[in-house]
Design a protein around this ligand. Structure first.
Ligand SMILES: Cc1ncc(COP(=O)(O)O)c(C=O)c1O
Length: 480
C-alpha cells in the first residue's frame, strides 16, 4: 500500500522526491560544488579531479595544515578542501570507534546536499525539502502522513502523548526498551502513563503467550491502570523482532482497542536484513519491506541519525489525524524547527546513500561475533544486525582495562570501544574488526597464562551451556 507521492527510484542514485524539491538549477561548481543528484561516489570522483587540477579548489589555512598530507588513510567521505584536515582525522578515528552508530560523521556530499536545500519555515509548513522527506517516509512505510522531528526521543514521546488521552493508563513494553529506560522518564511526565515493563520470558523479545497476555490489563480492576498502548522496539539491542510475533500481538491488541506503537529507531537495520534475505532492491523493494514491517502499528518512530548516518532527525509516521495532532505536541514540547530543509535533506541523502551499506555492516558484525565465539568468548544476545554484545566475563574482561588496551595497543590508530556493546556502523573499516579481535585475544591469552582455560578453548568448551542462560541473565546491561 502506498499513499501516493512518486514512483520508483533507485536508492543508490539519489532522492528525486527529496531533492527535486530542493534545486533544479544546472550544475554550477563555483556556486555549490556539486549537483545534489550526484551519488557519493560521483561526488568523490569529481572532487578528486578538482583537487588534482586545483580548479575551484578551496584549500584554506583552516582546512589544510602546512605540510599535512592531502589524504589520510581511512574511510572516504571527507576531503581536506571541504571538510578540513581535522574532520578527515576525526573520520579516520570514527572508523575504529565501536561505541554507537550515532557517532558517524556527515560526509562532504551529504552536507553539500543540505546546503542546496530549500530554506523555508517548517513551522509555517513552507519548507519543500522537509515536506518531501516526510512524504518519502510516509510512502515507504505505507502510512498516511509523517512528521520530521529533532530526535528519536522527541518522536517517541510525542507519539505516546498523542496516542494516549486521559489517565489512568499504562503502556506495556519490554523492560529494556528505550522509551521506558532511556528517555529520562518522559512517559510519566508528558503522558502521565505508568509503564508495565516486562522482561521477555525467552530473553529475546516479548511474545504474545508468555509476556503480553499474562500482563495485559483490560480495565476491570480499579487498582490497575489499564493497558492502552503496547510499545515495541525493532531492532532492540540489534535483535530483530520476529514479524509473525508482532502480528499476533497486534491482532490481540486490536481486539481490545489497544494501540500499537513501534520505536523503529533502528527499523532500517531490520529492513536491510529483510531486503537482503528476500532479494528486494531499490526504493520499491524497500517500500514493500518497510510497509510490511510497519503495518501492525498505528504509529512508528524512525531515526535517521543512527545507522543511516544523518547528523540529526527522526520521522514519526501514522494516520493523517494522528500526525495533525502530533504537530501540536511537537510545538508544545518546543520542537518546532524553522529552516529545517538543510537537515531534512541531509537525512534524505542518508537514506538514499547509506541504507544500501547497512547489509555490509551486518556482515562485519557477523565476522566480529564469529571471531569472538572462535576465541571461546560468549555473546549476551545473538548478533542479528549491526550490534555485537560480548559477555565480558566469558573472556575475563573488565571494561576499563579493555578500553585502555584498545588505546594502547594501537597508538597510531586507537580503537575506541565502550564496553559489552560493539556497534558496527557504516564508517567502520574492516581492519578495525580484525584489531578488535586481536585486542580480545590478549584477554584470552591472559586466561591461558593464568591456567583458567586451555589455549584451544573454543566454542564447545566455554559456550556449551548457552544460549538460554546467556539470554536471560543480562537484562540490565542491554537496551540503549
Ligand atoms: C532504540 C532507540 N530509540 C530511541 C532513541 C532515541 O534517539 P535520540 O538519541 O535521537 O533521542 C535511541 C537512541 O539511542 C534508541 O537507541
Amino acid at each position: 500500500m502506498s499513499n501516493g507521492s512518486t514512483g520508483s527510484r533507485n536508492l543508490h542514485t539519489s532522492s528525486t522526491v527529496g531533492l527535486a524539491a530542493v534545486d533544479n538549477r544546472p550544475f554550477n561548481p563555483t556556486l555549490f560544488h556539486r549537483r545534489t543528484t550526484q551519488t557519493e561516489e560521483e561526488w568523490e570522483e569529481w572532487h578528486r579531479a578538482k583537487d588534482a587540477s586545483k580548479v575551484g579548489s578551496r584549500v584554506t589555512a583552516e582546512s589544510m595544515e602546512p605540510g599535512a598530507p592531502s589524504t589520510i588513510s581511512g574511510p572516504s567521505g571527507v576531503t581536506a578542501s571541504v571538510g578540513g584536515q581535522e574532520n578527515m582525522k576525526r573520520l579516520a578515528k570514527i572508523s575504529r570507534d565501536f561505541r554507537s552508530d550515532t557517532i558517524t560523521m556527515p560526509t562532504d556530499a551529504q552536507l553539500m546536499a543540505g546546503l542546496q536545500a530549500s530554506r523555508g519555515d517548517d513551522v509555517y509548513r513552507e519548507d519543500d525539502a522537509t515536506i518531501a522527506l516526510e512524504q518519502r517516509i510516509a510512502r515507504l512505510t505505507g502510512k498516511e502522513d509523517a512528521m520530521f522531528v529533532i530526535s528519536g526521543t522527541a518522536s517517541n514521546q510525542i507519539a505516546i502523548r498523542t496516542n494516549l488521552t486521559q489517565p489512568p493508563h499504562s503502556v506495556l513494553l519490554d523492560i529494556r526498551s528505550h522509551v521506558h529506560k532511556w528517555e529520562a522518564g518522559g512517559m510519566a511526565v508528558f503522558s502521565q502513563a505508568t509503564a508495565h515493563a516486562i522482561a521477555p520470558a525467552n530473553g529475546k523479545n516479548l511474545t504474545l503467550e508468555d509476556d503480553i497476555l499474562p500482563n495485559l490489563e483490560l480495565g476491570e480492576d480499579v487498582h490497575i491502570a489499564p493497558t492502552r498502548l503496547i510499545s515495541l522496539e525493532n531492532t532492540l539491542s540489534g535483535m530483530v523482532f520476529p514479524q509473525h510475533e508482532i502480528e499476533k500481538i497486534a491482532a490481540v491488541a486490536e481486539e481490545h482497542g489497544i494501540i500499537m506503537h513501534l520505536d523503529g529507531a533502528r527499523i532500517w537495520e531490520t529492513a536491510a536484513k529483510v531486503c537482503e534475505q528476500d532479494g528486494k532492491n531499490g526504493e520499491d523493494g524497500l517500500q514493500e519491506v518497510m510497509t510490511n514491517l510497519c503495518r501492525p502499528f498505528k504509529s512508528v518512530s524512525l531515526c535517521m541519525s543512527k545507522g543511516l548516518g544523518a547528523p540529526i532527525g527522526s520521522v514519526l509516521v501514522g494516520p493523517k489525524d494522528f500526525i495533525a495532532r502530533a504537530r501540536w505536541f511537537k510545538k508544545m514540547f518546543g520542537g518546532g524547527i524553522r529552516q529545517s530543509g538543510g537537515i531534512a535533506t541531509a537525512a534524505d541523502w542518508a537514506l538514499t546513500n547509506t541504507f544500501p551499506k547497512l547489509a555490509h555492516t551486518h556482515r562485519l558484525a557477523q565476522k566480529l561475533s564469529s571471531g569472538i565465539l572462535a576465541l571461546g568468548g560468549r555473546l549476551l544476545v545473538p548478533t542479528e544486525t549491526n550490534m555485537v554484545w560480548l559477555d565480558l566475563s566469558s573472556l575475563n574482561i573488565r571494561a576499563p582495562e579493555m578500553i585502555k588496551r584498545g588505546r594502547e595497543m594501537f597508538p597510531e590508530n586507537p580503537l575506541t570501544v565502550g564496553g559489552a556493546r560493539f556497534v558496527v556502523h557504516h564508517q567502520i573499516e574492516e581492519k578495525a574488526i580484525d584489531d578488535v579481535l586481536a585486542l580480545l585475544e590478549t584477554f584470552k591469552q591472559d586466561m591461558v597464562r593464568e591456567g583458567m582455560v586451555s589455549q584451544d578453548a573454543g566454542v564447545s568448551e566455554i559456550n556449551e551451556e548457552r544460549p538460554q542462560e546467556t539470554l536471560s541473565r543480562p537484562f540490565p546491561k542491554l537496551g540503549y
